[in-house]
Write a protein that binds this ligand. Structure first.
Ligand code: PMP
Length: 441
């Protein structure tokens, strides 16, 4: 390696140690070192030189920290202090079996479904959305394979390459990647404790008046990664601003149903102008493996996106649609959601107690009212890239802030959803020790 790339031996040894700690390569004493990832070993052994193809295409490669996170999320020995997923141990196994059983008894065929998704499911989703104040009809709902697919459809069907997307800074990394891969131009807008500082969009608008090449993407409720809720007043003003400047809004409601208070209704409930496209998902409540999401938009938009979805994947999994329908129709989803929120609230209270007891002197953090996330910012400069590597060695997996906004390199995202109260405490104590060690150096 050192001859091939003209780097010195110690750089190579450090690189090998680092790749090995991420599980990308593996080796044992006397047996040499080999690449653990199948993809790369196949590529390297192949006669065809695939490297040009691998580097081309519209999709940008994940940044290295994210590749490491994606990989290590399957390492059972690591405590995941930042993971944006419901604890597997909370999965409602009994309800799931009941739903599967009922679906098994009722469904007699599994053909392709209609372009917008199973009609009965859209009816149930419309009823469900009504409970959070969104009045809509099955004709204005499109079932998608997860809400990320809804973003993909919007990006490639409703927007042109080069269109501007205003996003909160920081924002959910994978949504940003979808936009970027579609050739859209991202502009980060800062946030305060009331949410996006939307007025900062103004200087970026190419021209006022009709501007159909810009949209705003927002996660106003229980924001990922900060946990912030856009205040009621800000929502109203934000929507008025968007109407005045004719900037459509994509409202990502992934964590809307996980609110611990009734204070924050979706922006979509304030919209009487068809300005807001609302996205929902079953991934953050029931299971990301279902790959079921939904999009609510004016009928013509839904029709257009449904048509494109037929080209993309011929519809979301019909098995998943029937199962989710069963959950909604029987009321199982509603009662499960209620229990889940109670557990999440307890976990949040515990996390707040631990942070207040142990982190006051070294950090400040957001106080979420639902969802999964706490955004922790260190009082002194901390090298979060170093912290990330040290944390892996100490057995914890972190989500550094700069993967959500390159400027947020003194923050990390914590999550109380994936781990128990005791595990959070254990992880937080290790984290505290690592920070003290780094600051003392
Ligand atoms: N939006 C946000 C804000 C999210 O946090 C996530 C999941 N982390 C998604 C969308 C993706 O959800 P899905 O699995 O439905 O594609």
């Amino acid at each position: 390696l050192s001859e091939l790339f003209e780097v010195n031996r110690s750089t190579v040894s450090t690189a090998i140690a680092e790749l090995s700690s991420y599980g990308i390569i593996k080796g044992s004493y006397g047996a040499g070192t080999e690449i653990a990832s199948n993809t790369w070993s196949v590529l390297l052994k192949s006669n065809q030189n695939w490297s040009k193809h691998v580097l081309s295409g519209n999709f940008k490669e994940n940044i290295s920290t994210l590749q490491v996170i994606n990989h290590l999320e399957f390492d059972k020995d690591l405590l995941r202090l930042g993971t944006g997923e419901i604890d597997h141990r909370l999965f409602p196994v009994e309800l799931w079996q009941k739903a599967l059983n009922n679906v098994g008894n009722k469904v007699t065929s599994l053909g392709y479904l209609e372009p917008l998704g199973l009609y009965e499911l859209r009816c149930e989703i419309a009823k469900h959305l009504n409970k959070i104040g969104i009045c809509t009809t099955p004709e204005c709902i499109l079932i998608t394979s997860g809400s990320l697919q809804a973003l993909q459809l919007i990006s490639v069907c409703l927007l042109k390459s080069g269109s501007k997307v205003f996003v909160e800074a920081p924002s959910y990394l994978k949504s940003l990647q979808v936009f970027e891969s579609a050739g859209l131009e991202l502009t980060g807008i800062s946030m305060d404790s009331d949410g996006m500082e939307y007025w900062k969009i103004l200087p970026h608008l190419r021209h006022t008046g009709e501007d159909n090449s810009s949209v705003v993407y927002t996660i106003p409720t229980n924001h990922n990664p900060t946990g912030i809720c856009m205040s009621e007043k800000r929502r109203q003003e934000f929507l008025e601003f968007c109407i005045t400047h004719r900037i459509p809004v994509i409202e990502d409601g992934a964590y809307q149903e996980l609110s611990f208070t009734k204070d924050y209704s979706p922006i979509r409930t304030l919209d009487h102008n068809g300005m807001v496209i609302y996205l929902g998902t079953a991934s953050k409540t029931l299971s990301p493996g279902l790959r079921i999401g939904w999009l609510v938009a004016p009928e013509a938009v839904v029709k257009r996106l449904g048509d494109a979805k037929m080209q993309m994947d011929y519809g979301a999994s019909s098995v998943s649609q029937y199962i989710f329908l069963e959950f909604l129709k029987t009321g199982m989803y509603e009662s499960y959601l209620c229990k889940l929120k109670n557990i999440l609230k307890q976990r949040l209270d515990n996390a707040m107690r631990i942070l207040e007891e142990h982190f006051q002197s070294i950090a400040e953090w957001t106080r979420p009212k639902g969802g999964f996330y706490i955004w922790l910012t260190f009082r002194q400069p901390v090298k979060t890239d170093l912290l990330f590597n040290e944390a892996i060695k100490a057995g914890i997996l972190l989500n550094p802030g700069d993967i959500y906004d390159f400027k947020a390199n003194n923050s990390i995202r914590l999550s109380y959803a994936y781990i128990t109260e005791d595990e959070f405490k254990k992880g937080a104590m290790i984290l505290k020790e690592l920070i003290f060690k780094q600051v003392a150096k």
